[in-house]
Design a protein around this ligand. Structure first.
Ligand SMILES: Nc1ncnc2c1ncn2[C@@H]1O[C@H](COP(=O)(O)OP(=O)(O)OP(=O)(O)O)[C@@H](O)[C@H]1O
Length: 437
């Protein structure tokens, strides 16, 4: 590793980590607009130039404080260095010197009055307060230099956009988005590398499972990663306005996510992976019951991930319970219900279920009934965490975090000896905050 963390950098990281993260709701991200102007984008860049380092700093510190020597594992150190390096890149990006009138104009709300200030996010219904919060948050912040952060501690305010903006602003926006892009790539393999770190720890300490502390650290850590990547992804997509965009998309959020189409695609992908893995001519069938017109505002990438992971689990259970040599398997059913509050997707399989004693374990990282955990090659599937069929025990816990991130949830009820029902609740009000506070 050529890059080194200096003491000075650690000091700055400690300072930022004393501020709490600011949660943003799906609705706020969308209301920010389809084609934000240079000025509005600049305000968003300013917000992120403070918010992202705060979030990254919390993770660097938490990684440092991991118990029982876990913080010393080479892969954990590697991940920590990525977070610190990204922190440094954002905080050191030179900001343009703006004349007073431009600075003032940036603080003036949009003339149109529409969404000049976005509504506050509401509490996340799936989360108990503080469940995914970092330990050192708000309580430390009060005594510190709050001034530095006060000007733009508001997610996306539309600014007065009459007339042109100085070219410096546009240039900074472009540079900022490039920096974010590089950071996003750097962090692509964080989940697999952390998984590797946990494996190193389990081997070194001869542990079979991880304890409660480490489990909740990982929950916080991966939840925070979802949030950071959401903000980064959204910002990159909004900055890059050159190519044609589907009008139903705002950044990576789709205001009309058609559940049936997406579920159908996830079914095909899961069946394909299953056929490939078990060498089957035809994977067990999956029946989908869903109103074809049902759509809502969501991040299609998140929904695909959750569906694919749970469907893969069902197919695996069905094939392994009934035997690979069967000609016909019981059909797995996917039922989509439309409520006022939630859209709920139930996935029912006849894959033999899970013993009641093992239910709490399915939510822990690294619990899997696959005998041999696949080799974690560092170059393995850099794009995101997607194991071929199964094997890391990350599918369910990570999917539940995705669901909870926007106020939904993932529940599992099993009948041992028969099958499993997974309920995927997706909150359609989308005004709830990220679960950080
Ligand atoms: N529908 C199901 N029926 C029976 N057992 C299941 C079902 N879903 C999950 N499980 C059990 O829970 C375990 C954990 O599932 P999880 O999706 O978290 O990890 P995995 O599938 O083993 O690996 P991956 O990280 O690749 O998803 C599985 O190994 C399996 O034993």
């Amino acid at each position: 590793m050529s890059w080194k963390m200096s003491e000075k950098l650690m000091d700055t990281i400690r300072h930022y980590a004393s501020f709490p993260a600011t949660g943003v709701s799906l609705r706020q991200m969308v209301q920010f607009g389809e084609k934000p102007s240079t000025g509005t984008l600049f305000r968003a860049s300013q917000f992120l130039a403070e918010e992202l380092p705060i979030r990254l700093a919390h993770r660097v510190q938490e990684l440092d404080n991991l118990p029982d020597g876990l913080n010393e594992m080479p892969s954990v150190k590697k991940v920590q260095a990525w977070y610190a390096q990204s922190f440094e890149e954002i905080t050191q990006l030179p900001r343009p010197h703006l004349p007073k009138d431009v600075r003032e104009r940036l603080m003036r709300p949009s003339r149109s009055g529409k969404h000049a200030y976005l509504p506050e996010a509401t509490p996340n219904p799936s989360i108990e307060e503080g469940q995914y919060a970092s330990h050192n948050g708000a309580s430390y912040a009060s005594g510190l230099n709050h001034k530095k952060f006060s000007a733009s501690r508001r997610y996306f305010a539309m600014v007065d956009d009459t007339g042109d903006w100085p070219p410096d602003l546009h240039l900074y926006n472009q540079k900022f988005a490039q920096t974010l892009h590089k950071i996003k790539r750097r962090h692509d393999s964080v989940v697999t590398t952390m998984a590797q770190g946990i494996l190193e720890y389990k081997r070194k300490r001869q542990r079979m499972q991880i304890d409660h502390n480490i489990q909740s650290f990982l929950d916080r850590f991966y939840m925070s990663r979802i949030g950071i990547r959401m903000l980064i992804g959204q910002h990159i997509a909004l900055t890059d306005q050159n190519h044609y965009r589907d009008p139903s998309y705002v950044g990576i959020i789709c205001t009309k996510t058609y559940v049936k189409d997406l579920a159908q695609e996830a079914i095909e992908n899961a069946r394909f992976v299953c056929e490939d893995h078990y060498g089957l001519f035809e994977a067990p069938k999956i029946q989908l019951v869903c109103n074809p017109n049902l759509n809502f505002m969501y991040v299609p990438g998140h929904l695909s991930h959750m569906l694919f992971e749970t469907l893969k689990n069902s197919l695996r259970a069905v094939v392994e319970t009934h035997g690979q040599d069967k000609q016909e398997f019981p059909v797995t059913k996917v039922i989509v219900a439309e409520g006022k509050e939630d859209i709920t997707i139930k996935i029912s399989d006849e894959g033999g279920g899970i013993p009641r004693s093992a239910i709490p374990l399915v939510w822990t990282y690294m619990y899997t009934t696959v005998d041999r955990t696949p080799n974690l090659d560092p170059d393995f599937d850099k794009s995101d965490f997607k194991a071929p069929m199964a094997g890391f025990g990350y599918g369910l816990p990570i999917s539940r975090l995705y669901a909870r991130y926007f106020g939904g949830d993932l529940k599992l009820i099993s009948m041992e000896g028969y099958g499993t029902d997974v309920y995927l609740h997706l909150n359609r009000l989308s005004s709830s905050s990220e679960p950080l506070q």
